[in-house]
Write a protein that binds this ligand. Structure first.
Ligand SMILES: Cc1cc2nc3c(=O)[nH]c(=O)nc-3n(C[C@H](O)[C@H](O)[C@H](O)COP(=O)(O)OP(=O)(O)OC[C@H]3O[C@@H](n4cnc5c(N)ncnc54)[C@H](O)[C@@H]3O)c2cc1C
Length: 419
């Protein structure tokens, strides 16, 4: 069935079979609903479908992957930065292995180009040693501490006093990866309904009923009258993987204890590209030591050899929940930050020419900690925490969410849905 036709099909089916109607709203039973067709939602949908579940994916956008999943560095992380035994560390390491294997088997463009994390002053060297210890504890293989001279031999444009080489880091074409996931899920019978927003829900007999509306009706909403669902779905299993909107959506689940929903914080990360460059100056990903809220303005390459710098960290205010379902976040790249980019990049790439940077794009990190607060781990919340049968909320799936996506899906299928 054509994906976009689902809405029509479901309404028709409800109408024809005269399903139970409450206040004039059609109700439909389904087995699994995945909210959000970002890379995480797609992995979850594929995993559940491969394990024999009937899956319906709902996304408020006109197609898959229009949120954070298409606004990131496309780096396959090794698993170095995250505290040992954290979900980020466990899923990043497992997810990286699954992702490389999947990309190789399915010819998804990717490359294991390796990464150098660099100290540009003696005060940063202890941080490299800390990262190396962390990486080893997390099970990252092949880490090598290098003298600056050694690193500069393999990357002649680089300037650093010491570097940590991570050979297992790489890059992936995220769009091709997501396209492949959609294909797998569809082949197993998953139905995708785009332009379809989940606007809330309520609990009936311990089970979450989802309130669903066409996105075009949300766009017409003036914010003064309450949102009206056009359909109520009654799934056995629900995964809230609405990315930046996941906490706002969970707040609209009547019956879910609000104290369990973390406060979201948003940190925009902007990228600048290098203009008029025929030859790429670097072969590896080059990262400075991490900063508060992010991994530092680093050098990323895409699979066409195009180089980009970023992302920086700009803490921004949230927006109202309906605007967030419509992805009306401010993704503008502020030109005034360019000066700071030159300053940061020239610390490790002194030959960067003035006037060579151009604004690229921006992504927004769905964070659970604010400025100067300690980083918070991924939150994966099931029935054991909130008591609602079959509901899994995914909160704070920031970096390394892309790398971790297949491992998160595996974890959900095994631990929450026992399939
Ligand atoms: C600047 C930046 C750089 C990053 N770099 C990397 C990296 O190099 N490597 C890495 O591993 N990770 C990286 N990440 C993290 C990674 O991009 C994310 O963890 C991942 O994309 C999250 O995917 P998701 O599916 O959870 O969310 P999203 O991709 O945001 O998907 C959520 C989906 O939910 C939909 N939605 C929202 N509300 C509703 C609703 N009410 N009803 C229906 N649908 C709804 C949206 O339309 C969207 O499609 C980076 C993130 C940022 C911001």
């Amino acid at each position: 069935m054509a994906m976009q036709k689902w809405w029509w099909w479901a309404s028709k089916r409800v109408w024809n079979r005269n399903y139970c109607m409450t206040s004039g709203v059609a109700r439909e039973r389904v087995e699994c609903v995945v909210i959000g067709a970002g890379v995480v939602g797609l992995c979850v949908a594929r995993e559940l479908a491969l394990r024999g579940r009937q899956v319906l994916v709902l996304d408020s956008a006109p197609t898959f992957g229009t949120g954070t999943s298409s606004r990131n560095s496309e780096v396959i992380h090794a698993g170095i930065y995250y505290p040992p035994n954290s979900l980020k560390a466990i899923f990043c390491v497992r997810g990286r292995q699954l992702l490389y294997q999947y990309c190789s088997e399915r010819q998804v463009p990717h490359k294991q180009i390796g990464k150098l994390i660099v100290a540009t002053g003696s005060s940063e060297i202890h941080k490299l040693h800390y990262l190396m210890d962390c990486g080893i504890q997390n099970g990252v293989d092949g880490l090598v501490m290098m003298e600056g001279s050694q690193a500069m031999r393999i990357e002649p444009e680089l300037r650093c006093s010491k570097a940590l080489l991570s050979p297992v880091s790489g890059i992936v074409d995220t769009h091709s990866f997501m396209l492949s996931l959609v294909g797998d899920a569809e082949n197993c019978g998953t139905i995708f309904s785009y332009n379809t927003a989940v606007i809330g829900g309520h609990v009936e007999q311990d089970q979450l009923c989802l309130h669903v509306s066409q996105t075009k009706h949300l766009e017409m909403c003036n914010g003064t009258s309450p949102l009206q669902p056009e359909m109520v779905l009654i799934p056995k299993l629900v995964v809230n993987s609405a990315g930046l909107s996941a906490p706002a959506l969970a707040k609209r689940f009547d019956g879910l204890h609000s104290a369990l929903i973390p406060t979201p914080h948003y940190a925009r990360g902007c990228y600048f590209t290098l203009s008029n460059t025929q030859i790429c100056p670097f072969k590896h990903l080059i990262y400075p030591v991490p900063e508060d809220g992010g991994l530092g303005v680093h050098v990323t390459l895409d699979l066409n050899g195009q180089l980009k710098f970023g992302p920086n960290v700009e803490w921004i205010d949230g927006i109202d929940d309906v605007s967030s379902f419509l992805n009306k976040f401010d993704y503008s790249v502020c030109i005034s930050h360019m000066k700071l980019f030159y300053h940061e990049i020239k610390k490790y790439y002194p030959n960067l020419k003035d006037g060579s940077l151009e604004p690229g794009y921006a992504g927004i990190r769905p964070k659970l900690s604010g400025p100067r607060q300690s980083p918070v781990d991924f939150v994966i919340q099931g029935e054991d925490i909130h008591g609602i049968t079959g509901l899994v909320n995914l909160f704070g799936i920031e970096s390394p969410g892309l790398t971790s996506s297949m491992a998160i899906a595996e974890h959900i299928a095994i631990n929450f849905f026992r399939c």
